[in-house]
Design a protein around this ligand. Structure first.
Ligand code: PLP
Length: 432
């Protein structure tokens, strides 16, 4: 299948080329030229996550040069499960997306993208540098996914002092082909540096760059896989379509859920749960999209004032009436995030990460309004990643899962970098 740009300014392009390019040349985001309509019978023999994802992604990759690699890409990207766990009331569920190596949902997309880039690499092609700005979770998922991959270097930029201690350790623990830079500045500064590098033709001639941010179709499309698996498993248990509350920042994860439903999976309502960065809730209420400066909150991976994938949502639903029928959005302040983490064990026997806590709050609002349908909150990260927020609220230590614990045992090193493009350029050019 070919892809086009949300802005309509590029000819149909192969999915592989779009995965390698990241952003479309007209500044828009790549989207499928036409959405396939899946026949649920095609999933009959698919039970595990990799098999379900393969059936789901097949029409998207049909005719593409990655088509023959799709089974291997899925086996690699979905090497760990995304279980749908029932909560005590029997009609609320948690879709746990934190069983990958860096304990956040971004592992699925980052691993798919890394494997896709590996499969597309021509023998003897020059080395590429994957350059990525992160507010925490993206960088470690990308670092883990590309660690020791031949022909690839990774440079991760993160704002010094503004990620959790465990996140900082994870970012710096890879070594080898993965370099972490702690930038004296904000996440927005990191993003600005990355944008400047991508706009620097002379740098790119000497150091070919690749992007791995959440607008890449190589991350977005595979995120549909776990929604498909959860929806099918729920339907096979004889239940009505699963409704979803998705913690949302840049809108990549939630947009994947919207796409999975659009191609025919049994998914009901989708509610976006934001932190105090309320741009989506305001947009859906008013019909006027207004980007904001981002606010720092306890759910820092969702501190986004101008969600890039909003452009894809508006492309899919150009009429505001259709859009507000398709999704709704609510926002949650820090005080309420704290309250949901603090009472999570008493109410559900669960410890929530701050992002997941936003979704739990939204689910509680729905229940209070009398909604008794089946809902899943999407758990986007393991709470142990945000220990400085979570542990004081639950009153005990939260043990990291095994893969995260192993990373925390390794030594970590990050290079200091001024929030200055000349400094970054120099560092990229002088890397061995
Ligand atoms: C990235 C992230 C989010 C936000 O996901 P988007 O795709 O940007 O909306 C939510 N929770 C966690 C833990 C994350 O790392």
């Amino acid at each position: 299948m070919n892809v086009i740009s949300t802005r309509g300014g590029v000819p149909p392009t192969s999915l592989s080329d779009a995965i390698l390019a990241g952003l479309a040349p007209d500044g828009g985001l790549y989207v499928p030229q036409a959405l396939p309509r899946l026949d649920l019978a095609a999933f009959e023999r698919a039970t595990d996550l990799p098999a379900i994802a393969e059936v789901l992604l097949e029409p998207f990759f049909a005719g593409d040069r990655l088509a023959a690699s799709l089974p291997a890409l899925c086996a690699h990207a979905y090497a760990f499960d995304a279980p749908l766990v029932a909560l005590p009331d029997g009609r609320s569920f948690v879709l746990e997306l934190f069983h990958g190596p860096t304990a956040a949902f971004k592992d699925f997309g980052a691993r798919f993208l890394a494997a896709a880039m590996g499969a597309l690499r021509e023998p003897g092609a020059p080395e590429v540098t994957v350059l990525v700005a992160t507010s925490g979770d993206t960088g470690s998922a990308v670092g883990a996914a590309f660690h020791r991959q031949p022909g690839v270097r990774v440079a991760i930029l993160y704002p010094d002092g503004r990620v959790s201690p465990r996140q900082a350790h994870q970012l710096g623990c890879f070594g080898d082909n993965v370099a972490a830079f702690k930038v004296s500045g904000s996440f927005d500064d990191c993003q600005r540096l990355v944008k400047q590098a991508f706009g620097d033709a002379e740098l790119r001639a000497r150091r070919p760059l690749a992007s791995a941010n959440s607008i890449s179709l190589g991350r977005l499309l595979p995120q549909m896989g776990y929604y498909a698996a959860a929806a099918l498993r729920h339907a096979r248990a004889g239940r009505a379509p699963l409704n979803l509350v998705v913690p949302t920042g840049n809108l990549g994860n939630a947009f994947a859920a919207v796409l999975a439903r659009a191609v025919g999976l049994p998914i009901g309502d989708i509610v976006l749960a934001s932190n105090a960065n309320r741009v989506l809730a305001d947009f859906l209420a008013s019909g006027v999209y207004e980007a904001r400066e981002s606010l720092a909150t306890l759910a820092n991976a969702m501190d986004v004032g101008n969600p890039s994938n909003a452009e894809r949502l508006r492309w899919l639903f150009p009429a505001h009436a259709d859009l507000s029928h398709a999704v709704s959005a609510q926002w949650v302040d820090d005080e309420t995030i704290r309250a949901r983490i603090a009472d999570g064990e008493a109410r559900y026997a669960q410890v929530w990460c701050p992002h997941t806590a936003c979704a739990v709050e939204v689910l509680e609002r729905l229940r209070r309004a009398g909604d008794d349908r089946d809902w899943a909150v999407v758990a986007t990260a393991h709470p142990a990643k945000f220990e400085t927020v979570v542990e004081p609220l639950v009153g005990h230590a939260v043990a990291p899962p095994a893969a995260l614990a192993a990373m925390l045992e390794r030594p970590a090193h990050a290079q200091s970098l001024a929030a200055d493009y000349a400094a970054l350029r120099d560092r990229l050019l002088t890397a061995p």
